[in-house]
Design a protein around this ligand. Structure first.
Ligand code: SAH
Length: 497
């Protein structure tokens, strides 16, 4: 049986503008055929086992020809695959979506269409421009500024000017001077407000506003490049007043979020909502030690311990995995008291119905050690990473508290996407979040030896993390507490917002 093709609009850039239905289609796809304008956060939703075909790659400036794209869609569908054709914005608005469906229809391949949020409307909106307003206009016109090679623009400027409506040009950066000249020649007032919005809905969005007559020179001076939307009409005069996106507190501030793979979501999402230009960089990965005879032995004799201490969500996960392997559950922990380093690890326990008996005031290894030393009359079992801070065990040793320090996982330093990271650290205003000393080590190894990190500001959780960052010449700011809120607060302060 043949599969089917779902034509999905990915929206203009902000991953939050992908529709629910589009996301659902992506998550079920077996093959995804996508374009250049689709961003990394949306591509990240594609299932790992799905085949990805990038037809927007500019190999020697030749995109994959349209017939070839249509043929790929047809072949994959005929092979029984569930195919998603992912396109920027809305698939039917200057997206050649219609052309791609023709071949499918001719072969009776099933297809459906998930419309997308188009850049023609969303980009002006993020630029503070409502495309219509009762006081300004009564129509909206969306026009392509793209001319076939060697041909003049096929735009009826007189007709457009007569409408008195808002004009939105897509694909118009190269033709901007000709577009403005055409409108002026057709009698439009040279003082008509106009704007170009570049890389709209993304943290690197720029809006350049000017009069119709002044826009080409202004755009040239600002070196506007594609993708950009050109808006002409009185509504553009509202942009300054309505510039909500440009006014976000972290608008455009480059932040690298280094956290273990799979754990970056919450922080990155919050920073993006504040306008930050976030690069997620999972430079460390925690790998549970399996089998782990030392943990098995400790579990066999759990009754010998008064306290069980965990210093990370990864440690908690290793514990649950061990219980699982033993065919046991939380009850196997019996009466042992639970200590965690901070709220993140506390949440990892609560997910399994357990509450920590002790969380130190300051969320680091030294304070956990001191707190346990003051409380423990019996032995302490510590389950944590192989190379961990000695501050915890030193505090216990000083107090004469007996303990077993069991390595239940190791930290692997990853090196993905180093080029993107290297480019970021060249920018002097780049902030990098570090939640543990190991994220500092992973970051430094990913950037590579010899890189100058003095321009980077590390936003750190905990003094030990900060000390590690200073070793690499990174200037540091330490969050007042080990919580996401405190980290974000420190970023806002550092960015001077
Ligand atoms: N189907 C798409 C448009 C494809 S044509 C949609 O509905 O949005 C490509 C043009 O869209 C670009 O040349 C540019 O004019 C516009 N565009 C797409 N994404 C954009 C963005 N993030 N910022 C500004 N313009 C964008």
């Amino acid at each position: 049986m043949s599969g089917r093709v779902t034509l999905v609009g990915a929206g203009p850039g902000d991953p939050g503008l992908l529709t629910l239905k589009g996301r659902e289609a992506l998550e079920k796809a077996q093959v995804v055929v996508y374009d250049r304008l689709v961003g990394p956060e949306i591509l990240a939703l594609i299932p790992e086992q799905a085949e990805r075909i990038n037809v927007g790659k500019e190999s020697s400036h030749h995109l994959v020809p349209q017939e070839e794209i249509s043929r790929i869609l047809l072949e994959k569908a005929l092979a029984g695959q569930d195919v998603v054709r992912l396109k920027g914005g809305d698939p039917f608005l200057f997206g050649r979506g219609g052309e791609e469906l023709e071949l499918l229809a001719a072969h009776r391949v099933a297809f459906q269409v998930v419309p997308g949020v188009t850049s023609a409307l969303a980009v002006p909106a993020y630029g503070g421009i409502p495309v219509t307003h009762r006081d300004c206009c009564s129509s909206l016109h969306i026009i392509t500024g793209h001319a076939r090679a060697g041909k003049a623009l096929e735009i009826d400027f007189e007709a457009l000017v007569r409408t008195g409506g808002t004009l939105v040009f897509l694909m118009g950066v190269t033709a901007l001077p000709r577009i403005c000249a055409g409108l002026l020649a057709a009698g439009m007032d040279p003082d008509t407000p106009a704007a170009v919005v570049e890389r709209g809905t993304t943290p690197r969005q720029r809006r350049i506003g000017a009069s119709l007559a002044g826009l080409p020179r202004m755009a040239e001076a600002e070196q506007v490049s594609s993708p950009a939307v050109i808006v002409v009409g009185r509504v553009c005069a509202l942009a300054e007043e309505f510039d909500w996106f440009g006014a976000l507190p972290l608008k455009g501030v480059p932040v690298v979020v280094t956290r273990p793979a799979g754990r970056a979501g919450a922080l990155s999402g919050r920073l993006r909502a504040l306008g930050a230009d976030v690069l997620e960089y999972p430079c460390i990965e925690t790998v549970p030690t399996v089998p782990c005879p030392a943990m098995e032995r400790a579990m066999d004799r759990l009754g010998d311990y008064e306290w069980l201490a965990l210093t990370s969500p990864a440690g908690a996960e290793a514990l649950w995995a061990c219980l699982e392997r033993r065919g046991a559950d939380a009850r196997a922990l019996g009466g042992v008291k639970l200590a965690v380093i901070g709220p993140g690890t506390g949440r990892a326990l609560r997910a399994h119905g357990l509450r920590a008996d002790y969380v130190p005031e300051v969320y680091d290894a030294a304070h956990l050690g001191e707190g346990l030393a003051a409380r423990a009359a019996g032995r302490v079992l510590i389950l944590r990473a192989a190379e961990s801070s000695p501050a915890l065990t030193e505090a216990l040793e000083r107090a004469g508290t007996e303990f077993a320090d069991v390595a239940v996982y190791t930290t692997r330093y990853e090196n993905p996407r180093s080029e993107a990271l290297r480019a970021r650290v060249q920018r002097s205003e780049t902030l990098v979040t570090f939640t543990s000393a190991s994220t500092v080590k992973g970051f430094a190894s990913s950037v590579g030896t010899g890189a100058d990190l003095s321009r980077v500001t590390g936003i750190c959780i905990g003094e030990q993390t900060a000390a590690e960052a200073r070793k690499y010449g990174i200037s540091v700011r330490v969050a007042a507490q080990a919580t996401l809120e405190a980290l974000i607060e420190t970023i806002l302060e550092t960015a001077g917002k």
